[in-house]
Each structure stands twice: as structure tokens, then as C-alpha cells.
Design a protein around this ligand. Sequence first.
Ligand SMILES: [Zn+2]
Length: 302
Amino acid sequence: MQQTLKASIHCNGVGLHSGARTTLRLHPADVDCGIRFRRNGATILARHDHVVATRMCTTVGDGNGVSIGTVEHLMAALAGCGIDNAIIEIDGPEVPVMDGSAEPFVFLIDCAGVVSQSAARRYLQVLTTVSIEDGERSISIRPGEGLTIGCNIDFADEAVGKQSISIGVDADSFKSEIMRARTFGFEHEIEALRAAGLARGGSLDNAVVISGGKVLNVEGLRYEDECVRHKVLDTLGDLYLAGGPILGRVDCRRAGHELHLRLVSQLLARPGATRWVTAEEALAMPACPRAEVGRRLSVAAG
Ligand SMILES: [Zn+2]
């Protein structure tokens, strides 16, 4: 069934790029509402066709000058916690970065509580493979059991280097393997980012900062491969802009927000590449081996 929050809840924080201090309020919403952002009287459905920028973060907008940046970590928390319907009210230009991960948003959702609603959840089931190649970067999605996200990254700094991971995403794996991974950046890029109006709220409190083969944060890393796990978190949040949870297997190589969103748009634009199904329908007409679909869906529902 679809789910929403049991009660409203809020938090305050600074935006990673704008540095603006904002209050974020999460409210329950009706069946089939989806995730909607509200700012300055505008309401913006959190969907791929309302994405207005993908540089360094994912920004949604109403097309009339009202936008909200860095939605991806909050979207990942909503996806990971199985929240289908919510109103997200914000009084500034960017979702607060909190500690750079999705964990503080999951904490908020857990504090508010989650309720089951009166209509069945609809999943976007992938039926055919869609791939995008862009130089050294690529992304693809194909039919698969539940949602699996695989990411590969390759950075010159040896504190990151080459990392790869593949995670079958469900409520448990999201909390244990993904949600605590923080955003990361390189010290030598900070000045240029700030000159471009980015990373102005960034600090060692909300990002892993890397320089000369070392992690500068005194507390160290939360996972040995925290950077690639954060890529999984970003991918999950961006994919949720499809308008619902995806059933498929995604593989990302050096991808980022722009490729994630191009994939979602192409997937939905291609005739016959997907269908919207309830869990029951997915079990009755699997696009992949039946036993696997059943296992993943039962975990996701639990
Ligand atoms: Zn991120």
C-alpha cells in the first residue's frame, strides 16, 4: 500500500551550495499526491520533468523562477523509507544538507511515523534495457529483481581511487548500507566551486573532504567505501524522480545527476520500456525470475 507520514515534522539547516539557512517541513499528504515541494506559494511535483538543473546537485523548479536545490538526499530518504505521498515545505532555495547524508531525514521520518494508506503503491517496472554512454561515463537500466543499484567511481586521489558496489535496495539495506554515506569533495576544488556560487555551505560538518590522499575529517569515514555508497544514495534519490519506486537493475559508471535524470527521462519516454504495476501485478507478470521479485517485494513491503 501507499504510505505517508503520520504527522508533520521539521528541521533547520544550511544549504550545501547556497549556504542559506532554511527550515524544512515534512507534512502528510493524500493518496496519489506523490512528493510535492512548496516554496513561495508555488507547488512543484518532485518528478523528472520538473528538474531545472543538475550541476553538482539536483534542482527542481516551477518554470517561473521558483526552484529548490539539492533535493536528492531527501528524495533518497523518502524512497528508502517507502514514503509515497508527502508535502515538503521549504522557506529558502535549497534543502538543508544536514550532515551530508540521508540519515537525518530518515531520523525525521522515523520520528514523525509512517502510515499505510488506502490505495496500492504503483511501481515502475522496467521491461527493456535503456543505456546512455557519454565518453567515460555511462548508465544503464534493465529488468531486474526489485531495485538494484550498482555504481563504479574512479578518482585520481588515492583516498578514493576506484570503488565499486552493487546493492539490492530495500528498507533494511537502505538503512544499513546506504543512508549514512556523506557527500564528498576535494579540497583543491573548493575555491573554484565557491567562486562559481557552489559549496558555500559546505564544511567538514556536512561533507567528506579529501586532499592529497587523505580524508581531512577527524572522525574519518563511516564506511571504508563511503564515496561510492554516496553515489548509490544520490542515484536512489534521483531515480525516485521517476514518480515512484523503480523495479530494475541500474548500473552507473562515473555517472552523476545529469546522467541519472537523462536515464529516467529516456526510460519513461520510450514506448514499451516500462509499465506501472502494483506489487500483485508485478508478481503475476514478472519481467524477471518470479522468485526474486517475490523476495524483494516482500522485503520492501515489510
Ligand atoms: Zn549527494
